[in-house]
Design a protein around this ligand. Structure first.
Ligand SMILES: [Ca+2]
Ligand SMILES: [Ca+2]
Length: 235
């Protein structure tokens, strides 16, 4: 496939923008749910009780089917409670964030807990008491979706904040956050590549195609993308 190459210049002003658009720390991540997102039936409820064991919570099918979602993987770095917060952010207009924590992918089973408004609408919050207890080598999967059945509240931008002994494990090239690097990600990558600057208003929130976190989507990112594409499955 051929990329739509445009002339790209890294001027002084662009470098300032690059700093402003630099990748967030491993405890935070901004992303956007859009038409490109995978869709599925999320767990039903905000009141799902925590489970001490993987898959111990009852998974209830949602009445809101085919909601867009994103999957983010967490790696625990030590013992202790982990909290995950999802906040709707600009330019989101109506996203009502929903969080589910799982101990294995895909996020349709192996549920630990789920939340809608514990952090106050429109903020979802999973605290350590809700099954997210860290331990060296432990992995968790967090599903970010919408709680609303209203179509206009299913899409938007969200900021994820992780506190406690865990970091967000990034999957290079998985620009739509479905857990694999494939042609759908390539389409999104090209979109970002043609815009170049992460600060471009048209860029998807979080600039997922900027794989090296320097504020641009350019050839350096493409090299990294190819590496992820050849691997296909996220680690
Ligand atoms: Ca993907
Ligand atoms: Ca870059």
């Amino acid at each position: 496939m051929r990329l739509d190459l445009r002339a790209k210049r890294k001027c002084a002003a662009c470098l300032v923008l690059a700093v402003a658009g630099a990748a967030l720390a491993d405890g935070t991540l901004s992303l956007q749910l859009g038409a490109w997102s995978p869709v599925g039936n999320r767990a039903n409820d905000a009141s799902l009780q925590p489970s001490a064991t993987c898959g111990g919570a009852t998974w209830l099918a949602s009445v809101n089917t085919n909601v867009p979602y994103a999957i983010v993987k967490l790696s625990s770095t030590g013992v202790g409670a982990i909290s995950v917060k999802a906040e709707a952010i600009a330019p989101a207009t109506g996203l009502d964030p929903f969080l589910g924590a799982y101990c294995a992918a895909p996020p349709a089973t192996m549920l630990l807990s789920a939340d809608d408004d514990s952090g106050g609408y429109p903020t979802a919050l999973l605290s350590g008491a809700r099954g997210l207890t860290g331990g060296v080598g432990k992995k968790f999967y967090v599903m970010i979706a919408s709680y609303s059945a209203r179509p206009e509240r299913r899409y938007g931008s969200v900021k994820l904040t992780v506190t406690g002994p865990a970091v967000i494990q990034k999957c290079l090239g998985d620009t739509n956050y479905d857990g694999a690097v494939d042609d759908a990600d390539f389409s999104l990558f090209v979109q970002g590549y043609n815009l170049l600057l992460c600060s471009d208003p048209a860029m998807i929130t979080g600039c997922p195609a900027d794989l090296n976190g320097d504020g641009f989507v350019d050839d350096a990112d493409f090299t990294l993308f190819v590496g992820g594409y050849n691997t296909l499955l996220c680690p």
